[in-house]
Ligand binder design. Structure first.
Ligand SMILES: [Zn+2]
Length: 481
């Protein structure tokens, strides 16, 4: 009998290999190689295949080189416990559930398959790559050491909609990808290029027709308590790369030494709880969604919960509601302000103010129209006219200059000329001259307005002074520090 003792105290009942006290599945690699040379790989491969054929689904303490499961349908839970596997490759298979508990794997690849429930707990894996996989329950990686996590074109396709109780809250358990308490992580990537996988597939002679354009579509992606490999050579890298993702995104208890990028995605309820990003956070070509209740519960905390030491870049993103946009632009602005880059800070400030204005208007549209709301709306109108139109909330000094010149040199002279309200004039230039003299409040008195011209001149004088003040303020704000 094989000497291996299972964790429940029972002994392995397989026949030991000749010259060893262990069976073909349990014999350590070194001993096997010493006894059988390279042939041990074949012996182990055959032994595993036969065990699988005989209906064995629970493997404990096995030591295997390449485990390749191609085109199989396994309707029971497949479990590896306390095992060591060099490479585990699952291709075009249907597996009810796959659990890897305290198991060490170099490379784990699952491609073009259906795995209802995938669970990794304990142990260590160098690289996990999941590509074009459908799951109906969840994918959970917990308390393990995993260097690279690559998830491509993976979709949640529910068999039944279930909700479960979790800490008194109804939570949809199904449809989750959860990366929790992982350590030594170098990179977590969704839909990134992964040439290594193509190489592995080629090595095993497996032809792949991967639909690379498909998004990762899940209910929730939770990344929590992940400890990254802090070695300096990886510090400046993108640690979390999320591309073509669709679903809720939760980052919790993270300290990311590099960058975080979220691109080409549709993110619902982006939650950041106790998150520190030591480099940049980039949001690009992404739509962000939330609703009113969520906004009230989570958005006010975002500023405190998300700390980015580099910059936040929000590029070509869309928000389904202005409050969400306002808060995101605000945190982006603060990162640029902190570094003294006023140019970018101003840009985000302008977007923030635009979003805030939209928020007020949206608020006004809802419910009955009260006097208070009317006043608020009037404020918004004033804000638009005097703060946005004149100078983009003080971020653009060219606007007041061109506005001033356009009105003073063209518009007001045309009014004076049409109403013939300035005397004495000899040419059209006199109207322009009178306009400039009025706008700058010089008022020589050689020309003077009559009739309606007095009204126009009064308005122009006020406008001229106001714009002058605006120009000075914006110019000083921009360049005089
Ligand atoms: Zn054994």
């Amino acid at each position: 009998m094989c000497e291996y003792t299972y964790s429940n105290g029972k002994k392995c009942r397989r026949k030991p290999l000749k010259g060893s006290k262990y069976c073909s599945l349990h014999i350590p690699f070194e001993e096997g190689e010493l006894l059988y040379g390279d042939r041990i790989k074949y012996i182990k491969k055959r032994a595993f295949e036969r065990a699988l054929e005989r209906g064995i689904r629970n493997f404990e303490g096995v030591k295997l080189y390449d485990v390749i499961i191609v085109g199989k349908e396994i309707n029971e839970a497949l479990i590896f416990r306390n095992s060591i596997i060099k490479r585990l490759v699952i291709v075009t298979s249907k597996i009810k559930s796959l659990s890897l508990i305290d198991t060490t794997i170099d490379t784990l690849v699952i491609v073009n398959s259906e795995v209802d429930f995938f669970y990794v707990n304990g142990g260590s894996i160098y690289g996990v790559s999941i590509c074009s996989v459908k799951f109906s329950s969840s994918i959970l990686f917990r308390d393990s050491s995993i260097r690279y996590v690559m998830i491509n074109s993976t979709e949640f396709s529910p068999k039944e909609v279930t909700t479960e109780e979790e800490f008194g809250e109804k939570v949809r358990i199904a449809g989750r990808i959860e990366l929790a308490n992982l350590k030594d992580v170098r990179r977590i990537a969704l839909n990134s290029k992964y040439p290594l996988m193509a190489k592995i597939m080629e090595e095993f002679g497996i032809k792949l027709s991967l639909d690379r354009k498909k998004p990762v579509r899940v209910h929730t992606l939770t990344i929590t308590g992940v400890e990254f490999d802090e070695s300096p050579r990886f510090r400046k890298q993108v640690r979390i790369f999320i591309n073509r993702f669709s679903g809720q995104l939760i980052f919790e208890n993270l300290s990311v030494p590099g960058h975080v990028e979220i691109v080409n995605s549709r993110v619902r309820y982006p939650e950041f709880v106790h998150v520190i990003i030591h480099n940049n956070l980039v949001l690009r070509n992404t739509r962000l969604y939330s609703d009113e209740n969520w906004n009230l519960a989570y958005l006010p905390n975002l500023l405190a919960e998300l700390n980015v030491y580099g910059f936040i870049v929000i590029d070509n993103c869309q928000f389904n509601n202005p409050y969400l946009a306002e808060v995101f632009y605000r945190i982006a602005r603060t990162t640029w302000e902190g570094s003294g880059d006023k140019e970018n800070a101003d840009e985000y400030y302008y977007l923030e103010m635009l979003a805030r204005r939209k928020k007020v208007i949206q608020h006004y549209r809802k419910g009955p129209r009260t006097l208070k709301k009317m006043v608020k709306l009037l404020e918004v109108l004033f804000e638009f006219l005097f703060a946005d139109l004149t100078c983009k909330y003080g971020t653009d000094w060219k606007r007041p200059v061109f506005l001033w010149m356009g009105l003073v040199i063209f518009v007001f002279p045309v009014f004076y000329a049409l109403t013939k309200s300035v005397v004495p004039t000899s040419s059209l230039f006199d109207y322009v001259y009178f306009s400039i003299v009025t706008a700058t409040t010089l008022g020589y008195g050689d020309l003077h307005p009559i009739g309606v011209g007095k009204v126009i001149a009064s308005i122009e004088a006020i406008f001229g002074m106001f714009m002058w003040a605006v120009f000075l303020t914006v110019f000083a704000r921009k360049y005089m520090r």
